[in-house]
Design a protein around this ligand. Structure first.
Ligand code: SF4
Length: 232
């Protein structure tokens, strides 16, 4: 029996089938980095706080701010919602933009008190909760979706700058608006929460270690998935 033509084609040609393609990407990254067990945090609230504090900074700086809140025993929505932003800001100084982030944390805490129990109770649907989070001061799509995916285990794919860079360099989609990239993953991946959570983490690891502004393709586990005529 003749082998199927696809078996003879190089990976760059086989990758035209998007489901296979994304599975290959994920398997390569997971084999390289291992499962990431994201997101770090001792509770859903801590995860949500981390999603605010990590905006425009790295995780180390955000983590130090969380630790400072813990040491003061201020890391609860009940405390933060009644605290004044001026007291909160210096405690989270290490995360940068601390005056703005103090206000964002207070807005998030108010949202949390109104809605967190209702999400867990299965009220409404995911799009409803996403819209309600996007209406909170200082919460954009990446932050809202991180909170929904990691703090509430909702099936929504998180997109960030690393995701955009990878998709662009591998020419996987032409529309790199947030919603189009998110829809691309959600259309092509099976509805698997652990896959959504870990795939995003794998992309972040790739962006940090290999797919930097100056890409390190030679050492990258995705090297042979690059489009054939890529100029990278
Ligand atoms: S570093 Fe190169 S091979 Fe790796 S993801 Fe980026 S563009 Fe692809």
């Amino acid at each position: 029996m003749q082998p199927h033509l696809g078996c003879l084609l190089p990976v760059q040609v086989q990758q035209r089938h998007p489901v296979t393609e994304l599975s290959v990407y994920y398997e390569r990254l997971r084999a390289h980095f291992g499962h990431q067990n994201w997101w770090p945090g001792d509770s859903p609230w801590e995860i949500a706080v981390g999603a605010i504090l990590v905006q425009n900074t790295n995780w180390e700086n955000a983590s130090r701010a969380i630790q400072a809140l813990k040491e003061k025993e201020w890391l609860s929505p009940e405390y933060i919602v009644q605290a004044d932003a001026e007291s909160l800001a210096p405690v989270i100084r290490t995360s940068g933009y601390f005056n703005q982030k103090a206000k964002k944390l207070k807005a998030l805490a108010a949202w949390w008190q109104a809605y967190a129990m209702r999400i867990r109770a299965g009220e409404q649907d995911l799009r409803f909760w996403r819209q309600s989070l996007l209406a909170v001061k200082g919460i954009g799509p990446e932050t809202s979706d991180s909170i929904l995916l990691y703090a509430f285990d909702q099936l929504i794919f998180v997109v960030d700058a690393y995701t955009r860079r990878l998709l662009e360099r591998h020419q996987l989609t032409t529309d790199t608006s947030y919603e189009a990239m998110q829809a691309f993953f959600e259309r092509k991946l099976p509805a698997d929460l652990d896959l959504y959570q870990d795939f995003h983490a794998q992309i972040v690891m790739t962006g940090k270690h290999f797919c930097r502004p100056k890409p390190q393709c030679e050492a990258c586990p995705l090297r042979d998935l690059l489009p054939r005529k890529s100029s990278l």
